[in-house]
Design a protein around this ligand. Structure first.
Ligand SMILES: Cc1ncc(C[n+]2csc(CCOP(=O)(O)OP(=O)(O)O)c2C)c(N)n1
Ligand SMILES: CC(=O)[C@@H](O)[C@H](O)COP(=O)(O)O
Ligand SMILES: [Mg+2]
Length: 633
């Protein structure tokens, strides 16, 4: 790996000195480096491999960080990181205290916005363009957005706005026919037709010669914004493109692994005085056969064997919460044909694959459209169906308004399954599911449960489906506890907890995955002679007020533990309830949860330790509190 061109790139400006042939060699070196690192650390392999040439072309023509290059979702930004001075820390990709897997402004001046949630980059790019115009600046603004992210509502809102404003900016559509799974929706079908069109083939094959033959082509394109002849327009825009109707100048699909072709087109569109949509066709996973063959698996993958592409297996034999949910829902749906399952572009991630196969007519994938998915559920519920909406906790943030207005206000029977609730690990702050307790708890009519193991998840899903009104279940990413699953799910009593361990000195009121940590803390403190009660609260809303009051009356310290933000969390709710209606004795209360800051990436046990919400951290703070109470007495 010595004497690579990559090792000599200290900033993107260096790319301007390279020939296209050298850029091609650099593309191979970048792929090698991405694969070497991700095979150890895991990561978004296929998205990043797919945009190596595109990133090179952009950086070799732009003058970043003066110019702005944005990445929608940001999971495809590894080549960008390697070209912007981060080769030396690349081996820390997605590691605790290491380099983020997403663009992060605090990490580099070349990273513009904290991407991670799809479809926001066109809005941010337009904001940057408007700020430039107000300031009288001259920087170029470019965003790279995938075909799935472009179908998200936010992207369309921004295109609508930009098309009217007509300020220069470049939206590069990275069209690879894939979301995480195969892309869905009418836009995907439309792009498919466009790719298959005779014009695309012609454009691809003839691009070079067309460009060379027309010396003033770029000039013509710029002039298009001022209504230049249709003949030129036809050469550039083969067929109608819907974005053109929205006020964007659109290019023919450009072959996305041909650096020369990319640079030719980019050079032209960067000079345009109007907004341009540059359509680039790429292959997800390009250059690594296992990723090209299984772009869904290599979208976001754990460590893998570089030679074979085999993904390393987890050492745990426990099932994942997601797959327990998926199987339990299939079982429920077999018994109740009103159940429909909705996902927003996360069929695999939310464990709905089997459901989709068994009940294709009752499976709905909206694409990246969480707001639409939740409002759609309300229509289905009004129409007599029982919608189960499975969306990651972090992405459901997009659809809080629809939860409030479309579902909760009319008190509709919708079950929200918030997967990845709590810390998610390597994806970091954009993906941690730490806000859902706060944003669901505030909604009238909403009932909320958090299973402490996979058997509880099965009961809770069954319970949620039996209830009237909106119900949210929140469960974490990754392996469950490995307990036996019930033969038949039970309906749990609303608002009732279960005590998993009796104790009289301290009561820990724990929610979801925190029950396990609470039990660990109880074990540690038991060794020191402290008697700790652990209550698996099960219900966040309504929570078990009797259990809370008993804890207050019978123990000298009450502790709440949740894997969500403390501000607006359930610990605060319990404190408020104790203050509003105090029992005869109110002991001190400690609240454990996510403090008022963003938590970076890392393996979950490391993050739990950092935040003091692992068993040892909980035990330590309780120990300290008991000692200070003793010394005050
Ligand atoms: C709001 C939101 N919903 C869902 C996701 C999960 N997600 C991440 S990448 C992705 C697919 C992106 O596809 P595309 O934009 O075409 O990019 P590609 O991976 O194909 O390069 C999805 C659904 C997300 N990041 N943000
Ligand atoms: C980029 C993105 O948003 C997804 O790919 C996400 O990283 C998936 O996370 P999981 O691995 O938890 O499904
Ligand atoms: Mg795509």
């Amino acid at each position: 790996m010595e004497h690579r061109i990559l090792d000599m790139i200290s900033s993107p400006a260096d790319l301007k000195l390279l020939t296209d042939e050298e850029l091609g060699i650099l593309a191979s070196e970048i792929r090698e480096q991405i694969l070497l690192t991700t095979s150890k650390n895991g990561g978004h392999v296929a998205p990043s491999l797919g945009v190596v040439e595109l990133t090179l072309a952009c950086h070799s023509l732009l003058d970043c960080p003066h110019d702005k290059l944005l990445f929608d979702v940001g999971h495809q930004s590894y080549a960008h990181k390697l070209l912007t001075g981060r080769l030396g820390i690349f081996d820390t990709l997605r590691q605790y205290k290491g380099m983020s897997g997403f663009p992060k402004a605090a990490e580099s001046p070349y990273d513009v916005h904290p991407s991670g949630h799809a479809s926001d980059s066109v809005s941010v790019a337009l904001g940057l363009a408007m700020a430039r115009d107000l300031r009288g600046g001259d920087e170029k603004i470019v965003t790279i957005i995938g075909d799935a992210a472009l179908s998200g509502g936010m992207a369309f809102e921004a295109l609508n706005h930009a098309g009217q404003l007509q300020t220069p900016m470049v939206v590069i559509l990275n069209d690879n026919e894939m979301s995480i799974s195969r892309n869905v929706g009418a836009l995907a079908t439309y792009l498919g037709h466009k790719r298959a069109s005779r014009e695309y083939t012609q454009a691809r094959d003839g691009l070079q010669s067309a460009l060379e033959a027309k010396g003033d082509w770029g000039h013509g394109l710029v002039d298009f914004g001022r209504n230049v002849k249709d003949s030129i327009k036809q050469m550039i825009i083969p067929g109608e493109m819907i974005f053109e109707k929205l006020g964007f100048l659109c290019t023919a699909p450009v072959p996305g692994h041909d650096i020369a072709a990319l640079k030719h087109t980019l050079r032209v569109v960067l000079d345009a005085e109007v907004p341009v949509l540059m359509h680039v066709v790429t292959k997800k996973g390009m250059g690594y056969a296992p990723a090209e063959q299984r772009p869904d698996v290599f979208h976001g993958v754990g460590p893998f064997d570089l030679a074979t592409g085999e993904v390393k297996k987890s050492s745990s034999s426990a099932p994942k919460y997601t797959s327990v949910f998926g199987k339990a829902l299939v079982r429920e749906a077999a018994a109740n044909e009103d159940i429909v399952a909705i996902t927003a572009a996360m069929k695999d991630g939310t464990g709905l694959n089997e459901f989709a196969e068994r009940f294709p007519k009752r499976f709905i994938d909206t694409g990246i459209a969480e707001e639409h998915a939740v409002a759609l559920a309300s229509g289905l519920a009004i129409g007599g169906k029982k919608p189960v909406v499975a969306i990651y906790s972090t992405f459901m943030q997009r659809a809080v308004d629809q939860m409030v207005i479309n579902n909760a206000l009319p008190d509709l029977d919708v079950v929200f399954c918030l997967d990845r609730a709590g810390l998610v690990g390597d994806d970091g702050p954009t993906h941690h599911g730490v806000f859902d307790i706060a944003y669901t708890r505030m909604i009238p009519h909403m009932k909320i449960m958090a299973p402490s193991d996979e058997a509880e998840l099965v009961h809770m899903l069954h319970t949620a489906l039996s209830l009237h009104g909106p119900v949210a279940l929140r469960y974490p990413r990754g392996e469950a506890r490995g307990v036996e699953l019930p033969d038949a799910p039970e309906v749990l009593e609303v608002g009732k907890s279960r005590t998993t361990r009796e104790g009289s000195d301290v009561a820990i009121l724990a929610f979801g995955r925190m029950v396990q940590e609470a039990e660990g803390a109880a074990d540690i403190l038991a060794e020191e002679g402290v008697s700790v009660r652990v209550v698996d609260m099960r219900w966040i809303k309504p929570f078990d007020e009797d259990a809370v009051r008993r804890a207050a009356m019978e123990c000298s310290l009450v502790v709440t533990a949740e894997e969500g933000v403390i501000e607006g969390g359930i610990g605060e709710g319990i404190l408020e309830a104790l203050a509003a209606n105090p029992p005869a004795k109110v002991p001190p209360v400690l609240t454990f949860g996510i403090p008022d800051r963003f938590v970076s990436q890392g393996k979950i046990p490391l993050l739990h330790r950092e935040l003091g919400i692992d068993a040892e951290g909980i035990a330590q703070r309780i120990r300290e509190k008991l000692a200070s109470m003793k010394s005050e007495a």
